[in-house]
Design a binder for this molecule. Structure first.
Ligand SMILES: Nc1ncnc2c1ncn2[C@@H]1O[C@H](COP(=O)(O)OP(=O)(O)O)[C@@H](O)[C@H]1O
Ligand SMILES: [Mg+2]
Length: 612
């Protein structure tokens, strides 16, 4: 066992200072890192109430000498580095000696540890950083850290904690990231005594991905390896037909350390760019190995970012290795135009980005009818279906656009709305995207997708108020098979989905059944819908879950159920849409906050045209 020392002040001052304990997930991350650094073979995380109540990490690693328990709680006391040079060639995950004291300062902490060489272990209880009790205990070799009553002495910070669901989701993410990088270590996690994540030791990252993402995805994984010398990139890519609406499943590691480096992600996205629709993110687990001297890990308070000595080389390596892997397999199965890199790449319609795979039958069942609520009565054999196939399956959504609550301006409520909407007469469709109307005072250009989205959003909302809410029994219940982490995710957001009328009944392991849906969702691909809802509700890096999560769910539902951009419409359908639109209460934005129409007044036209 390497003993803990307090770092000399000059060295301590060089350490990037910052708040380590932001939320329960940051505690989980630090404790997991410590267990990994102690070379544990088995790590167990217990979480209660999203970590507000308790986070406990148990490992079977090296343990600490009894006296070192006190030292571990000193600021800048670490067994991992001792000289300044060490700071520039860090091999361990920790090196600052800051985590335990920072956590202890804002919680009740119990630290228990035993080294193999001793018969007994020691337990110390710490309250707000002050040691309250010391005792000898009998325990297995290893370390147990229990953190409870987080922020009990800093109520202001406690207030900033998000819902139990959100905090739990973040801890799960931290857990998953760590587990993914160390396949030979056994990782277990227990959430409020129910959801168990169990990753038994295995021989490869691929096996772990299998547990995480399920078989259907893992079967398609592309393996990547840039060669033996450093810098070296290896890992797994999911082909671009499967993508997500958020970068949640893009895992990047530098020397075994998970990092969320914008710059690294940028390189991966760049490599995927010709293959992915905008707004979609790849799934991948990529491990970059560099000489520890060539990377500075001491640049970010929670060590989530790194700085490379020669970033351009690294970027080049990343882009070329990832593209190489995608192209090699692409050559075999995709049709290209001449130069795929110059943005000229056009995937064939069957290779368009597809949703996270679900149970086949559910997808086949809904394909082709997707996006056609019954009342539009569009014949499925018509050209409109074919057109909707090549259109991107999800519209782009600006990150900020989704906070539904702060989207309208006072002005939106006023004319030209009223004038524009006086009995508009449909003239026709432009680019299969816009409906052109002759209105009382000029030309009205309606964005068909945005407009329909808004109409459905209001209708869904109304539906929830109705008792009983109108529901449609599905002829064949749809069965969705989720990946383990998705299933976990679902258990967290289930109440919100149910409130929105989406009832998913679990049966068997990680399988959900949908028997009926709100009438308006009758023709929606429930699998794709659930996928996006899970992303939407969990990922609060994109937006906050606190504000009206129900509205957000309804917005996503409306989006899935509505007419796509690029879908050819018949006269009758356009008239109906415009009529429904005129019956809407303002403001006239889609649920994501984009305007629904543009009005071009005669006055404007005359002014413009006379000038010529
Ligand atoms: N789970 C553990 N097993 C063994 N030793 C640990 C464990 N957790 C913490 N320690 C010891 O306590 C020290 C301080 O931990 P920490 O505050 O996280 O700082 P750091 O990890 O940066 O060294 C570590 O250097 C290590 O020696
Ligand atoms: Mg540490």
């Amino acid at each position: 066992v390497t003993r803990i020392r307090v770092l000399p002040e000059a060295l301590a001052n060089k350490i990037a200072a910052g708040e380590v304990v932001e939320r329960p997930a940051s505690i989980a991350k630090e404790l997991l890192e410590n267990a990994v650094d102690a070379e544990a073979r088995s790590i167990f995380v217990q979480l209660e109430a999203g970590g507000r109540k308790r986070i406990r990490v148990v490992d079977d690693g090296a343990g600490m000498e009894p006296d070192d328990l006190f030292l571990a709680l000193e600021r800048h006391a670490t067994s991992k580095i001792s000289r300044e040079e060490d700071l520039y060639s860090v091999r361990s995950l920790g090196f600052r000696g800051e985590a335990l004291p920072s956590i202890a300062a804002v919680s009740l902490m119990e630290l228990e540890s035993r080294v193999r060489e001793r018969e007994v272990g020691r337990r110390i209880r710490v309250d707000g950083g002050v040691v309250r009790k010391v005792e000898e205990i009998s325990m297995q070799p290893g370390t147990r850290v229990t953190v409870s009553n987080l922020f009990h002495n800093t109520p202001a910070r406690r207030k900033f904690l998000k819902s139990v669901e959100t905090e739990t989701a973040h801890v799960l993410d931290a857990f998953t990231r760590t587990a993914l990088s160390l396949p030979n270590v056994h990782f277990r996690m227990d959430v409020d005594g129910r959801g168990n994540m169990d990753f038994p030791p295995c021989s490869s990252v691929k096996e772990r991905l299998h547990l995480l993402w399920g078989r259907e995805i893992t079967e398609r994984l592309l393996e990547l390896s840039s060669g033996p010398e450093t810098p070296r990139l290896h890992g797994y890519l999911v082909p671009p037909e499967i993508s997500r609406t958020a970068p949640r499943y893009l895992f990047t590691y530098v020397n075994g350390r998970w990092v969320r480096d914008r710059w690294l992600h940028g390189a991966v996205l760049e490599a995927y760019r010709p293959f992915l629709t905008k707004g979609r993110y790849p799934l991948a687990a990529l491990f970059l190995e560099v000489d520890p001297q060539a990377v500075d890990v001491n640049v970010h308070p929670s060590k989530a970012e790194v700085r490379f000595r020669s970033p351009r080389d690294i970027r080049e390596l990343l882009v070329s290795a990832v593209r190489g892997a995608l192209t090699r397999r692409g050559r075999a199965s995709l049709a290209y135009r001449q130069d795929p890199w110059e943005g000229a790449f056009e995937p064939r319609s069957e290779t368009r980005p597809a949703p996270f795979p679900r149970n086949r039958s559910s997808r086949e069942l809904s394909n082709g009818t997707r996006g056609f609520p019954r009342r539009w009565n569009v014949s499925e054999s018509g050209s409109s279906t074919a057109l909707s196939q090549v259109e991107q399956p999800f519209p782009e959504v600006a990150p900020e656009a989704l906070s539904v609550s702060r989207r309208f301006h006072e002005n939106d409520l006023h004319p030209p709305a009223a004038a524009a909407l006086q009995e508009p007469r449909v003239l026709g469709q432009l680019a299969n995207r816009y409906i052109l109307c002759e209105a009382a005072e000029g030309l009205l250009i309606v964005d068909q997708h945005a407009a329909h989205e808004r109409i459905l959003f209001e209708a869904l909302k109304k539906g929830l108020e109705a008792v009983p809410a109108p529901r449609q029994l599905l002829a064949i219940p749809r069965v969705l098979e989720l990946g383990p982490s998705e299933f976990q995710q679902w258990t967290l957001v289930q109440p919100i989905l149910e409130a929105a009328g989406l009832e998913l009944h679990p049966f068997g392991e990680r399988t959900l059944m949908v028997r009926d849906v709100p009438v308006l969702l009758e023709h929606v691909d429930v699998g794709a819908l659930v996928e996006e809802l899970l992303d939407t509700l969990e990922d609060d890096s994109r937006r906050e879950i606190v504000h009206e999560p129900l509205d957000r769910v309804l917005a996503v539902m409306a989006c899935h159920a509505s007419i796509r951009s690029g879908q050819a419409l018949m006269q009758e359908e356009m008239s109906r849409l415009v009529r429904d639109l005129t019956n809407l209460p303002g403001p006239f934005h889609c649920p994501h906050g984009r305007p629904i129409w543009k009005h071009i007044s005669y006055e404007y036209l005359e002014r413009e045209l006379k000038r010529r």
